[in-house]
Design a protein around this ligand. Structure first.
Ligand code: GLN
Length: 499
């Protein structure tokens, strides 16, 4: 049965629920008929897909969880939404988030915080952020699949906190047309699902034409590339070929027999890491080794400084991207006390939340003439170092550096395996005692892959009570697979090897 509306209101996962648009019931009926009698458009035909409220849709407003866009109705829909609709999916129900994607716990929303359903014993816990609403919509089975955005971990962290799967594809693989920019050199559209199969199907739908044209559709890729100039067509086409291959049965079996070289970055074993997470990580590595994969300790020395570089770059880009919300071009027009330039300041002062204002101030400062060399430029240099750290450990070279994407380093690893978060979901009361800068450290394991634009997949791994005495109500811990740029399908398939 199709669930049209938010059935778990107290969790605050949705900003606008589905199904209010005219003709929706009729469309659902048609999908049910296609289900029963065929032909179905694709494996997603008839599925309801939740969308983070910073991705433009035609059926509901797109608020970015901000008072400044409270009534904003986009005149067009995002490329990713169009793709899913072409496959017969109902992209509907806009999910709650941290305002403009700025945060790690979905508490910086104009519409109130998202609650993690794993709240037993009266402790309200963080749902993770910024795509917390999408994660809760999926974990509570209100949606089989949801779209989020991941700039520095916003799909992976909430996936880890909610015991579901969260995938951030390579940067520039999926079009960002219609996705409201936070930090555009880092923003990616990501996916959340409860099973690998649902994840593969949704990813395939975003890259390939619906049935019966199973072949890749370069025309659509070209269109996307024209609308989002950061789409790397050449790499996207290579990924599409790999996706098509992975979906053939024989290739799937071949993948299951593959033995991988798995890297463990020693800098990810931070001293803040919760012992139960470390122990699940270790157990997982032992199990993979028993299955014949080889485990290799590797070093990514820039891991700690990556976090600072990320927050300098993201804030700098945000300060520029958010300049347009001035109450004239975008943003709430109102009767204001002031006029002219002063009215811009009044609008922004009234309608942006605290965290957004803090990032705009930080970004404007790091871009200012006196500070740029020591902050923004330095952070960009660190970003290059982070990328080259990753390139040194992977077996395959980056297709952005070497067009052949050849095996450059026989001693290198196929992918890295790390936890997604250093802690279990914190309680909302503990977060209220923390400064926002203190919560930045919750992203330490996710931002390096974002700075390097790499694909990363957070997978829930069962954590039994023996590992987790302190929080017996939490059963899953997120483990993150990070792969070389463009190795998206390998990263997704690696999950099949986890027990
Ligand atoms: N927590 C990070 C931030 O606030 C990441 C957010 C995201 O990926 N959108 O910037």
């Amino acid at each position: 049965r199709v669930q049209k509306s938010d059935t778990r209101k107290s969790l605050n996962a949705f900003i606008s629920a589905a199904g209010d648009r005219p003709g929706f019931d009729q469309e659902i009926q048609e999908a049910i008929v296609r289900h029963e009698n065929g032909p179905r458009k694709s494996s997603l035909d008839g599925s309801l897909i939740g969308v983070k409220d910073n991705i433009c849709t035609l059926s509901e407003p797109t608020t970015c969880a901000s008072a400044i866009l409270e009534q904003f109705q986009s005149p067009f829909q995002a490329d990713v939404v169009k793709r899913l609709e072409d496959h017969g999916a109902f992209v509907t129900g806009k999910t709650n988030l941290d305002e403009f994607g700025m945060g790690s716990h979905s508490i910086n929303s104009h519409f109130g915080p998202v609650h993690n359903p794993r709240n037993r014993y009266g402790h309200l816990r963080s749902a993770g952020g910024s795509s917390g609403g999408s994660a809760v919509a999926v974990s509570t089975q209100q949606r089989p699949i949801a779209l989020g955005t991941d700039t520095g971990g916003s799909v992976r962290l909430p996936a880890a906190y909610n015991g579901i799967r969260g995938f951030k594809p390579s940067y520039g693989l999926l079009s960002r047309w219609g996705v409201v920019a936070y930090a555009n050199s880092l923003d990616t559209v990501g996916l959340m699902a409860r099973s690998d199969v649902a994840m593969y199907n949704a990813f395939r739908a975003l890259l390939m034409a619906p049935f019966p044209k199973i072949s890749s559709s370069p025309n659509t890729l070209v269109q996307d590339a024209l609308r989002d100039p950061t789409v790397v067509e050449r790499v996207a086409e290579a990924v599409v070929k790999r996706v098509a291959k992975a979906f053939s049965n024989s290739e799937y079996r071949v993948n299951l027999l593959r033995k991988f070289r798995i890297g463990v970055p020693k800098e990810y074993n931070t001293k803040e890491m919760d012992p139960s997470i470390r122990s699940v990580w270790l157990k997982g590595l032992q199990a993979l080794q028993q299955d014949g994969h080889s485990i290799h300790s590797v070093s990514l020395p820039t891991t700690q400084i990556a976090l600072s570089a990320y927050y300098v770059i993201a804030a700098a880009e945000a300060s520029s991207n958010l300049a347009k919300y001035d109450g004239v071009r975008y943003g709430k027009p109102r009767e204001l006390a002031s006029s002219g330039l002063a009215s811009f300041a009044e609008t922004r002062g009234l309608f942006f939340g605290q965290e957004v204002k803090r990032r705009i101030l930080l970004g404007s400062y790091t871009l200012s003439a006196g500070a740029i060399d020591n902050n923004f430029i330095k952070a960009q240099k660190v970003r290059r170092l982070v990328q080259s750290d990753f390139n040194k450990v992977f077996r395959r070279s980056s297709p952005l550096v070497d067009r052949q994407n050849a095996i450059a380093n026989e001693e290198g690893v196929d992918f890295l395996l790390t936890p997604t978060a250093t802690t279990l979901p914190p309680t909302l009361s503990s977060l209220s005692c923390k400064s926002s800068v203190d919560t930045f450290s919750d992203d330490v394991l996710t931002v390096p892959a974002s700075l390097a634009g790499l694909p990363a997949y957070s997978i829930p791994v069962y954590c039994n009570r023996e590992h987790n005495r302190a929080y017996p109500e939490l059963y899953h811990i997120g483990m993150q697979v990070i792969g070389q740029y463009g190795d998206d399908m390998d990263v997704l398939c690696a999950s099949a090897h986890f027990r």
